[in-house]
Unconditional design. Structure first.
Length: 193
């Protein structure tokens, strides 16, 4: 058979692939939360769900407790600053199911005027330090967190060092020497920025 004969053969009919089934996490959260779920996206097999901030705790509880989901591991909490966009901040909770080996990112967007979201500490105590880090470096307040104090900067630090409008040349020197292990430093409330 010559090359011309191979090239002239009719092409096989294109078969449209069936759409991939909706992930169980998206299906269950949509059914339970309805319009509180704003967007579902999947990139390279990673599921991300954008929620209204008021629905975060309910969505997280469903993810943890629903028998088809069982997200029992809070991997991380991240905060992003989109300076110039409103809402300016986004908080992302990365969850993983050890049983089913799947993951999801629960995302909420919060405004600069009130960068507050409910804490997931009551559901996952591991959220303690993650949320404290987001408070310290980005200024995100976590309503209901038992001890929202600075974790990476000192107690006299002013502002939040990872915000895009924080000037890197700013310096905040301590006014006195602190004993790192005294109770007043561990439980001191966060300074207002």
């Amino acid at each position: 058979m010559s090359d011309n004969q191979v090239q002239n053969e009719p092409a096989a009919p294109e078969v449209e692939a069936a759409p991939a089934p909706e992930p169980a996490t998206a299906r269950i959260l949509k059914a339970e939360l309805g319009s509180e779920l704003l967007q579902v996206s999947e990139t390279f097999g990673d599921l991300a769900i954008l929620l209204r901030p008021g629905a975060l705790v309910a969505a997280a509880r469903l993810c943890r407790d629903h028998p088809e989901l069982q997200y029992d591991f809070l991997m991380d909490v991240a905060a992003m600053d989109y300076l110039g966009r409103e809402p300016r901040f986004e908080v992302v909770y990365n969850l993983y199911s050890l049983r089913f080996k799947h993951r999801v990112r629960l995302r909420v967007q919060i405004p600069e005027s009130d960068p507050t979201v409910d804490s997931l500490y009551p559901l996952w105590p591991a959220a303690d330090w993650f949320e404290r880090e987001a408070w310290d470096l980005m200024g995100i307040k976590f309503r209901g967190h038992p001890r929202l104090v600075r974790i990476l900067t000192h107690s006299e630090f002013v502002g939040h060092a990872l915000r895009k409008d924080y000037h890197p040349a700013e310096r905040h020197r301590l006014s006195r020497t602190y004993d790192l292990f005294t109770e007043d430093q561990v439980t001191a409330p966060p300074p207002e920025a």
